[in-house]
Design a protein around this ligand. Sequence first.
Ligand SMILES: NC(=O)c1ccc[n+]([C@@H]2O[C@H](COP(=O)([O-])OP(=O)(O)OC[C@H]3O[C@@H](n4cnc5c(N)ncnc54)[C@H](O)[C@@H]3O)[C@@H](O)[C@H]2O)c1
Ligand SMILES: O=C(O)[C@H]1O[C@H](OP(=O)(O)OP(=O)(O)OC[C@H]2O[C@@H](n3ccc(=O)[nH]c3=O)[C@H](O)[C@@H]2O)[C@H](O)[C@@H](O)[C@@H]1O
Length: 382
Amino acid sequence: MSKEASNGDHNSAAKAPPTPSPLRFSKFFQSNMRILITGGAGFIGSHLVDRLMENEKNEVIVADNYFTGSKDNLKKWIGHPRFELIRHGTADFELCGNVTEPLLVEVDQIYHLACPASPIFYKYNPVKTIKTNVIGTLNMLGLAKRVGARILLTSTSEVYGDPLIHPQNESYWGNVNPIGVRSCYDEGKRVAETLMFDYHRQHGIEIRIARIFNTYGPRMNIDDGRVVSNFIAQAIRNEPLTVQAPGTQTRSFCYVSDMVDGLIRLMEGENTGPINIGNPGEFTMIELAETVKEVSFNLSASPPGCESGLVYFLSVAHCFLLINPEVKIISVENTPDDPRQRKPDITKAKELLGWEPKIKLRDGLPLMEEDFRQRLGVPRKN
Ligand SMILES: NC(=O)c1ccc[n+]([C@@H]2O[C@H](COP(=O)([O-])OP(=O)(O)OC[C@H]3O[C@@H](n4cnc5c(N)ncnc54)[C@H](O)[C@@H]3O)[C@@H](O)[C@H]2O)c1
Ligand SMILES: O=C(O)[C@H]1O[C@H](OP(=O)(O)OP(=O)(O)OC[C@H]2O[C@@H](n3ccc(=O)[nH]c3=O)[C@H](O)[C@@H]2O)[C@H](O)[C@@H](O)[C@@H]1O
């Protein structure tokens, strides 16, 4: 029997995990933990790389096809002796670094994040999205089985679909359209969760499943179409904030440093999950737009994840600067199957991981604004 405990509902007859390769016990490997991060050039992945690289005992390997991620997010690590960017698969550019191609690399842990996450990107090529979720997860589970690695999947609150219970807890099975335009992503992640548990029960693989709720922060793709990045970019460019109708739909936003902390605790802990990781502070999209307009620097210290000296300077100086109080808010058409409400029940994360988010939306938004201003080349007017 595997020693790891599930969070209650699963995991009755798991086999022992396969023995790691003898190489793992050689002197060379003993000092270091080798960690693969798929999708490590993306938004959450690159912050996870930063956090794991802080530990000198970690060697970090990233596999990414740069569909929505960028090498820029990793530039401070390229060339570092404990860091490696791998290009596997074929010579075909489309397939290079792609998790839909098998990968063989000796690692102890796999954080499997690779998947486009913004609705406009995952809907752009739905077949590619579902292949990434299904074949990509199968490949990473095959790798975990072969080398005896523990694997964590970044699943999503979208497995709950347009939820009929509120807030959503992990025992809720969801309300998902299997044939809709979002299905490549939400049904894809549901299959990925199924594969994780089948490999766990059948092959004894050590698995961890995080159900991530809307996460925001520096390094989000400026034009990736998600609501927080859209509103901040629009406010900085002095364009109207586009609230998709009706605007009363809700989301709960988690700052990226809190998310990374939750993912590492889940990986290091003894529970398979699935476990919700998100911030229960819930906002309608109209409230979010108003908050983006009005949010001000009002920080007494620089929270984790804040890399900008300017933000730190402004925050210790107790400045009160609005992003753009003049900007207009307009209502635009929505897309099909948009969930009407979303808020995580994080009781399990609190009890099993000792985790809860620390950064409030009003404190996280200015940090993201600063990063967007730098990348857009639009300095703040004082
Ligand atoms: N950010 C959120 O709010 C959120 C919420 C729920 C779940 N998630 C999950 O977290 C993970 C990371 O999300 P993110 O917000 O950082 O997104 P992101 O788009 O910034 O990052 C995804 C990364 O995966 C890479 N990728 C995509 N398809 C790939 C493939 N076939 N092979 C190799 N690499 C591939 C992309 O190039 C990118 O670097 C995703 O699995 C996503 O589903 C994110
Ligand atoms: O957290 C999650 O589980 C999921 O959340 C998001 O999906 P979604 O909530 O639809 O993300 P957004 O595109 O940011 O939309 C959030 C809300 O904002 C609205 N919106 C979006 C963009 C915009 O310009 N204006 C606007 O009002 C949308 O209609 C929606 O109601 C992510 O993009 C998924 O990757 C992730 O898995």
